[in-house]
Ligand binder design. Structure first.
Ligand code: ADP
Ligand code: MG
Length: 332
């Protein structure tokens, strides 16, 4: 740990938390998961350690994702998670750093205060907040301060955030609670209903990462799904095809695209014209769904591109905001 403290950026995502230090880059990347002792209510581990404990410890240890739906489910747990991540990243020292935290845009004033308190308690001198779409756009390298319309679609675990940005501000935006987690749930339901096999969320996510797709192409994958046969109750392995998973997630994907369309409809015509010309940038882990960019382009007739490191955009964008940290501290 250095004596000189550097300003710190935190992407507090619904699925992953990333900590970035000015001049050093990303220093921590952990799932936003907390392991809790069901009887004492105590936090026993956070992040990857918490994930590892699940299923390998007595049943009284349960996993919680406190930010799951883009809102804070439990203040104490969330605060404890934030504090432990900051401690683990070893970014505080005698000279306290200033920090900017990126939060899901759906969280309330009270929840924002809880996040700020946690960060101060963890050793920050001052804390600023930045909205997720703005950070995502900055991280993706969009010209957010120019007098031109830029559209970013950030698909995380809990929420999809769509925004048009111009002159440093969000001109129009939508946030829906349909993102990566919803796709996993849709896969669970589909397999139950159409194949008669029960799988957990983790398996569903594995399937999504392996063969999830939004647009048909000529390289279609298959995946051996391990689950429980609903009629016999016994474990079973079934081969599932990419086209089936596409069908499973289709409705959710359509809702994401619908939110892109409504955001554009609420965008002033000049800025909407900029977006038509300059295209849409996709960020967040959900942007990696195979063929999603093509489907969006196909339906909206606007070219869509996945950002270079979609999972890092928000953290990197929040890191860029550190250059003008005054603008974010006490801004509200
Ligand atoms: P958040 O910002 O909400 O923490 P992230 O941007 O970290 O979320 O994205 C996490 C989501 O992205 C998860 O739902 C995860 O399953 C999904 N994801 C990650 N990689 C891929 C991939 N290659 N294909 C499809 N989905 C992915
Ligand atoms: Mg995110």
């Amino acid at each position: 740990m250095g004596f000189l403290s550097k300003d710190v950026a935190i992407d507090l995502g619904t699925a992953n938390t990333i900590i970035y230090v000015k001049g050093r880059g990303i220093v921590l990347r952990e799932p936003s998961v907390v392991a809790i002792d069901r009887y004492t209510g105590k936090v026993v581990a956070v992040g990857e350690d918490a994930n590892k404990m699940i299923g390998r410890t007595p049943e009284n240890i349960i996993a919680v994702r406190p930010m799951k739906d883009g809102v804070i489910a439990d203040f104490d747990i969330t605060q404890s998670m934030i504090r432990q991540f900051i401690k683990k990243a070893q970014v505080t020292s005698v000279l306290k750093p200033r920090m900017i935290v990126c939060i899901p845009s759906g969280i309330t004033e009270v929840e924002r205060n809880a996040v700020e308190d946690a960060v101060i308690q963890a050793g920050a001198k001052e804390v600023g907040l930045i909205e997720e779409p703005m950070a995502a756009a900055m991280g993706a390298g969009l010209p957010v301060n120019k007098a031109t319309g830029s559209m970013v679609v950030d698909i995380g675990g809990g929420t999809t955030e769509v925004a048009v940005i111009s002159l440093g501000g969000i001109v129009s935006s939508r946030s829906i609670r349909i993102a990566g987690d919803a796709l996993d749930s849709a896969i669970v339901s589909y397999l139950k209903k159409n194949i008669g096999i029960n799988v957990g969320d983790k398996m569903a996510e594995e399937i999504k990462l392996a063969i999830g797709s939004a647009f048909e192409d000529n390289e279609e994958g298959v995946f051996d799904v391990r689950g429980r046969d609903m009629s016999t109750g016994l474990p079973k392995t079934v081969q599932v095809h990419e086209a089936q998973i596409r069908e499973a997630i289709q409705e959710n994907i359509n809702e994401m695209i619908e939110s892109i369309k409504t955001t554009l409809e609420h965008t002033p015509p000049e800025l909407a014209a900029d977006v038509m010309e300059r295209g849409i940038v996709l960020t967040g882990g959900g942007a990696l769904i195979k063929g999603l960019d093509r489907l969006i382009t196909d339906i909206t007739k606007i070219p869509a591109h996945v950002a270079e490191y979609p999972l890092d955009c928000v953290a990197v964008g929040t890191g860029k905001a550190l250059d003008n940290i005054r603008e974010y501290i006490g801004k509200r």
